[in-house]
Write a new protein. Structure first.
Length: 116
């Protein structure tokens, strides 16, 4: 069974940085695309950033230039480096991984809170 485990969330002041990690229980080569999503109460889960197996990245407009997604296949881990954090970035952040036969897996989520 595939497991994704997020870590790195927490409370940070506006303008600060955090790095989220998503550790997979299998090789990340198994996934055609991995991504980070976020969700706030009462709203739909939204895509934050994606990275393909070939390293092509895609970002939501609201985080472009502030967040960087990456993956380390040797460690079976994906990262989200978040900078210039704003209160609007407060959310539960979820890791997602999709295979090339469209199976999708989710982590349990990690809370990010941006507040002074």
């Amino acid at each position: 069974q595939v497991q994704l485990v997020e870590s790195g969330g927490g409370l940070v002041q506006p303008g600060g940085s955090l790095r989220l990690s998503c550790a997979a229980s299998i090789s990340t080569f198994s996934f055609s695309v991995m991504g980070w999503y976020r969700q706030t109460p009462g709203k739909q889960r939204e895509l934050v950033a994606q990275i393909s197996s070939g390293g092509v990245t895609n970002y939501a407009g609201s985080v472009k230039g502030r967040f960087t997604i990456s993956r380390d296949s040797a460690k079976n881990t994906m990262y989200l480096q978040m900078g210039s954090l704003q209160p609007g970035d407060t959310a539960v952040y979820y890791c997602n991984a999709k295979t090339n036969i469209n199976r999708s897996y989710w982590g349990q989520g990690t809370q990010v809170a941006v507040s002074s």
